[in-house]
Design a protein around this ligand. Sequence first.
Ligand code: NAD
Length: 478
Amino acid sequence: MTRFYEDFTMTIDGEPATSDKTFDAINPANEKPIAQVPDASREQLESAVAAAKGAFPAWSATPLSERQKLVAKLGDVIEANTEDFIRLLTMEQGKARAGAEWEIGGSAAWCREIAKQELKTETVEDDGHRTVEVQRTPLGVVGGITPWNFPLLLAIWKIAPALVAGNTMVLKPSPYTPLCTLKFGELTRDILPKGVLNIVSGGNELGAWITQHPEIRKISFTGSTATGRKIMESASGSLKRITLELGGNDPAIVLPDVDVKAMAKELFWAAFQNSAQFCVAAKRIYIHEDIYDEMAEALVDYAKTVKVGDGLEQGTDLGPIQNSMQFDKLKNLLADSKENNHKFLLGGDIGAGPGYFVPVTIIDNPPEESRVVVEEAFGPVLPLLKFKNIDEVINRANNTEYGLAASVWGRDVSAARKVADRLEAGTIWINEIHTFSPHVVFGGHKQSGIGVENSLEGLAEYTNVRTVVTNRAAPTSV
Ligand code: NAD
């Protein structure tokens, strides 16, 4: 079968690596193979870890300013290849042009901004005779494991701080979206010293080998809560540090004083950006009963103007679901809503294909305990929920094992703020959503994760603390 692209190679010790075993990357808009992808063997993972370990002494001893310069250059090389990355990202992930531009632009920006960060040694005591300093030292080899919704950006969120902090890395992209990450690895070979960044591709088993590997000191993982639990268990064998960015079921709370018409567009994108394959998508929208009917109607009207299709076609706003596994999950969720006689305000019926297309689906006030409310859909199936009073909606919003993010919408900002202050989530947006920064901390509460990314706190997660106590009066016998 002919494939759109020829070879993609892994990057091990600064060199291209192929594998005897391969798998296909599939374009989710037409289910056709795009390229063959190496399926790393255990020996290749061993080589990658050995390369990263070998590169660590020199890289960690490289002056911070030099490491920062090279990480910023990674941003330059992404920018120089923007058009190629956008096309490749759309083909492998499915997202439409605007979303791909956001992700590739963000990946370049993150490299450059994280490259400005520094964790300074802190002097916590100094009385003239004795000083106590706290240093931040790198951990060693870091293992990165990433998902398929924002494949390049989420890899960069790990690579940039890990390298700036002086670690070396072995990173594995999702088997569903390996191409942009492999291409990025290829481009880094002329920039980074050999072994500093190794990119290996393969399935879940390769991920498990990484999490078990005794030479890997930390796992930085983004993906589902179910996999996060397995990783935590596996990492315990060698007491690895872990950062887990996991799933969410984010509530949006719409107060009665909003401008309904203006809100419809905001809420639509809050929920459906990236075809709702977004950890921080608004996944349950609670609307005050006074405006519920009007808001639901405005949302449906706006949704009808949005074009779902192949991301490569001009005019497409939302692409397909990224893979068949997630597509099947969504079919199952829709079947459950139908069996339970939920009222569909829009969508619900999946066409014949080809392509993993799920139409924008909006469900009218299903019971709070229904699967479409309780589970993370991770696709364009959105329940609208009616509420009467603030205490009740806060209880409902917090009644979940997740705690990634939430949003509150209202013209009376102090009233919105009072609601926000009672929500259990790592990020709460008021009257905006999905604004991220390399300098703003991000992480989940409850089972949405452990640890954080971005900001100096995120950078610190790639370091050990080393306290140095210096007494200037060395012991003498006289
Ligand atoms: P996933 O957990 O299925 O897979 C993520 C990665 O883990 C892949 O690379 C996969 O190969 C690997 N993996 C799977 N099993 C493994 C194992 N036993 N050991 C080691 N690695 C293993 O997640 P996904 O379906 O790719 O991503 C969707 C999920 O990611 C959603 O739940 C979403 O909310 C979450 N997510 C969270 C954030 C965040 O920042 N909190 C961001 C994006 C996505």
